[in-house]
Design a protein around this ligand. Sequence first.
Ligand SMILES: [Zn+2]
Length: 320
Amino acid sequence: MTATRFQSFRFQGDTSGPKLIVLGAVHGNETCGTEAIHALLEELKSGVLKVKAGTLTLVPVTNPEAYDQRRRAVDRNLNRFLGPKAEPADYEDSIANALCPLLRDHDVLLDLHSFHTPGDPFALIGPKNNQECLEPFAFQERETKLALHLGAKRFLEGWMEVYENGVRQRKASKQPSSAHLLSTDYGVGTTEYMRSVGGYGVTYECGQHHDPEASKRARYAIDQTLKLLGIIEGVPIPPPKDVELLKLVDVVDRLDNGDTLVRNFNSFDRLKKGEKIGIRGNGAEVFAESDGFIVFPNPGASIYAEWYYFAVESDRSMWI
Ligand SMILES: [Zn+2]
């Protein structure tokens, strides 16, 4: 299978400026970005809206086969282990080979997603400026400013660090594990790839799948980004003041089919230190190690895959 149906639309301003790429449906069942991008495309094609500076590239459907089937993925999660593949082994590899050169050719990425369980929108941002080998970065200020303008009040950081922690814990415990959870490279999705090739980017989780508000939020986020970067005319609406930044600090794997979460958690449910989270198949209880938040709980996770993540309030400020 090849990525022949991967389509992008590029609009060029009269003057130079930032090069922005906006992605919808990286996960095929997350259609809010696609709807927002299609509406925007109509306005750009008809001339209602005009790109005045820089470059805008729109990819309404990043994973076309998964989108047609309204599935998250065809063979594997496109938003992991992302990079050009000399020998594509599956459908998502073929998409990666179309997508990665395009990302490399831009400065800024806005990646639009939605989520399964009820909850408020949130955005994932990258690390502080640093020169470590895990995820070196120099655009913290620009990326944070962009994230603040998208419309979300909640932000999440620490993805690559928690992923690396998970890899380290799994190797140390010598527990059996899925091969992909033993490689830090597997943690690389669209924004991590963008940062690795000298750009910056934000993943915006706009709301629950099929919530009509989610596509409105996606469109708001695109318009805000275009104004902030000076790509279209206008001044962005100032960010909300009451924002919170959480940091992922731990990932806990499901180790047995009997491992059960004690209730139906939603992402960002608040937990007290010592609060019971789950019971292992062997009867051992799992508790919150500090005050914090459960994130991405997956009660039906495969064995040796991520059961849930744990986040705490970050000591980093969004206002820099
Ligand atoms: Zn997604």
